[in-house]
Design a binder for this molecule. Structure first.
Ligand SMILES: [Zn+2]
Length: 402
């Protein structure tokens, strides 16, 4: 536990005992440093160390680069780093990235080695998303002296589990006029992504000896009836709900558990479903659709009994392609001399929470999302540097209010 104010004072006094000082604005050096510090999310990986060490390392580096740094604990041993440069009063920009990484089982290279090979930096989190954090921090550092508005660098915990970091950031009152979430988009602008809803359906049957069709009710077969209807809904209805950047709404069965043995009618079966939602769909509307399907089945099978429960949900995110932040980023990209591609993001990100809080947030960052969570993860060093230069330009464009 280190309260924000005392920590920033202590930083100045301690003069960076634990972290070798990096040159101000060195994106590649910072990416390497961050990848070398294991920050596996302990809510996903039993025994994972969490973000404390990486947060301290980043906080010390940013304090050394002239940022005003706060370290705010969200849960024990799980601190967000909030670092500011520039001037209050102008347009403010938040750069947001998550410090946690997923597990390393089965990886084909040293997960925390941060080795460099063929112009790539290898390691867990290199793409998702310590490369993005390094780019955003280095970009802000490079233009800190000249920027007209305020830049808030938010390196947050726990995005890979339940986003306690960005939730805590918003609960703590941190706001900005717009935000970039530097998840790996391969330098495409991604202003929208889908949400998700986790639904647990408990099918109730009646236990009986396998010979007793007269009293047994098969809960697994009830799950089959529901799966059949869900399949039809996915193939006929959800496929028609589309978004220009995001494709269509969808669902899949995630898990099914039930049955006790060959000669017993199962009294219970639990079916877990994930529904990916488009802007406009809500967790309530999605739950109601599943309940309606259950009610329809019950009309023709009166022994069908199902409880439909919400387990967890995160909303979709949708910023207009002509919103000020999207346009400003496109200008920054063009000034850097490459094509501004606007695409949909496949995965969910913290941008949804920022948007919900009234901060228009879009995704843009270095790295290939398909390498995230995979057995080989790396980031292209030239792409990392290009992202840094683009973000530095964006900070200037945004701050000048063009
Ligand atoms: Zn990520």
């Amino acid at each position: 536990m280190f309260p924000a104010e005392t920590f920033s004072l202590r930083l100045r006094a301690s003069s960076f005992l634990t972290t070798p000082m990096l040159t101000r604005g060195d994106a590649i050096g910072l990416a390497q440093m961050l990848v070398r510090i294991d920050s596996r999310n302990p809510s996903l990986v039993p025994g994972g160390p969490g973000e404390e060490a990486v947060a301290r390392g980043l906080a010390e580096t940013l304090a050394g680069w002239g940022f005003q740094v706060e370290v705010r604990e969200v849960k024990p041993g799980r601190p967000n780093v909030i670092a500011r440069v520039g001037r209050q009063g102008g347009r403010s920009l938040m750069l947001n990235g998550h410090l946690d990484v997923v597990g390393t089982e089965g990886m084909r290279h040293e997960p925390f080695g941060a080795s460099e090979r063929d112009g790539r930096l290898y390691g867990r989190g290199a793409a998702d998303m310590k490369g993005g954090i390094a780019a955003m921090c280095a970009a802000a550092a490079r233009v800190a002296g000249s920027v007209a508005g305020e830049v808030i660098v938010a390196a947050v915990v726990d995005e890979e589990y339940e986003s306690a970091g960005t939730s805590g950031l918003l609960e703590g009152g941190v706001r900005a006029d717009a935000a970039i979430v530097t998840e790996p988009t391969g330098l495409a602008i991604m202003p929208a992504h889908r949400g998700f809803v986790w639904i647990e359906v408990t099918l109730h049957g009646r236990a009986a000896h396998g010979s007793r069709y007269d009293i047994g009710v098969d809960a697994i077969r009830s799950a089959g009836l529901l799966l059949y209807e869900l399949d039809i809904m996915d193939a006929t209805e959800l496929i028609r709900r589309t978004h220009p950047l995001l494709g269509h709404a969808s669902l899949h069965a995630s898990e099914i558990v039930g049955g006790v043995g060959w000669s017993t009618y199962p009294d219970r079966c639990v079916l877990r479903i994930e529904r990916r939602t488009l802007p406009g769909e809500t967790e309530d509307s999605v739950l109601q659709e599943v309940r309606d399907i259950c009610n329809t089945i019950q009309l023709r099978r009166n022994d069908f009994r199902a409880d439909v429960d919400l387990v967890f949900a995160q909303g979709p995110s949708d910023v207009a392609v002509d919103a000020p932040i999207t346009r400003a980023l496109a200008v920054a990209i063009e000034q850097e001399g490459y094509e501004a591609r606007i695409e949909g993001m496949s995965a969910w990100t913290d941008a949804a929470l920022l948007n919900d809080a009234g901060i228009p947030a879009i995704c843009f960052g270095p790295g290939d999302i398909s390498l995230a969570h995979s057995d080989e993860e790396w980031i292209d060093i030239r792409e990392l540097e290009r992202a840094t230069r683009t973000l530095a330009r964006l900070i200037e464009i945004w701050g000048s209010g063009e």
